[in-house]
Design a protein around this ligand. Sequence first.
Ligand code: BGC
Length: 451
Amino acid sequence: MTRSLRFPDGFLWGAATAAYQIEGSPLADGAGPSIWERFAHTPGLMADGDTGDIACDHYRRHAEDVRLMQALGLTSYRFSIAWSRVLPEGTGRVNAKGLDFYARLVDDLLEHGITPNVTLFHWDLPAALDDRGGWLNRDSADWFAEYAQVMFRALDDRVPLWTTLNEPWVVVDGGYLRGTIAPGHRNLYEAPRVTHNLLRASGAAVAAYRAEGRHRIGVVFNLEPKYPASTRQEDRDATRRAHAYMNTQFTDPVLRGVYPEALAALYGAAWPDFPAADLECIRQPVDFVGINYYTRQVVRDDPTQPPLRAAGVPQRQRTHTETGWEVYEQGLIDTLLWFRDRYGTVPVYLTENGAAFYDPPQAAGPVVEDPLRVDYLERHLKTLRRAIDAGVDVRGYYAWSLLDNLEWSLGFAKRFGLYHVDFSTQRRTPKRSALRYAQIIASHGAALDEA
Ligand code: BGC
């Protein structure tokens, strides 16, 4: 058998989740409410009225879920901390029981040979901080650094990989510009201020880590490559705007200390005059960057779509996932090569990659057949291997997601899991993609040669 697709030694094989999407019991053991608790309980905002009250019940079933990870052969697990479990008011008083939950999870992972990769913020801001302005308040950078420090002191002896924020673009665009996720604002003037404070917060947490952390810390961006729909100048310009808005709005300030010029034109009067010193705090050297890759966008000029004046062009002849995303693995290598060319040799983890496809309801069968997800996984892993061959320093891959879970305001109907979850019984069943991923992991990638 050819061994050409073996991955480099030490490459981490992972799966990822996020607290509000899987844990359930959001107010248990002294936890404070988060903005997702409020959003999900506001009538009309969640598909089918779904909430994270139970979700995958992982808060109570975490030991079982670690065994599922072990069955896959995972060498790493990426999860997030619910800030308001640990600091119910967001700052100040620490809730020991909340901290204990994560400490037990970390210990259990380590006992099973699984490296924890901890995300500090995956969108569930403590509601008490939202009452103080949330990410619009400049103090949010200090609140976040305080919380980060609590976590570092509690877990850095056992956690070798930390990330500050997950996908700041989604928070800005969905949370403050379009209102599709918590806190549900729709305000162009807020969006760039939130970008700025999120990035200041990330920088402050990295600085705090430098003072007392002993391992490695980074930040996670969702990068989506943009391709022009035609050679028309208008479409090329729209593509550049879309790229600046979704991608370099975040990567440039963190890795180069500047915002892309296109943003001031795009936001117009809503673009604030940020103090130059802030950019120094934002540009804290990180040990690695996490990249979440799902799809690409083909872009055309569209003056009716402010602020971007751009729209995506559906590629109807190609496979799309249940969330409407085109399956386009070439975009992954394009993104990784672009990232390396622009920012140099900073190590990268692919911190999320996956697909929602319709999975038939399961009776009692031992395996859920999910051929489209198997195909998605194989295509992206092969493409990732090509990127490594091309010299990109990729250190690990995390499938999104370990379990079917709460796909935010889209509810439970969009299933991304390697394991199927029956939400009425909490029964977990492996999908074919889980079994295939286990083979790939066991062969350190070589099994991809057979696909
Ligand atoms: C997020 C996840 C989400 C996934 C699929 C990412 O944007 O980090 O929380 O479930 O994509 O939409």
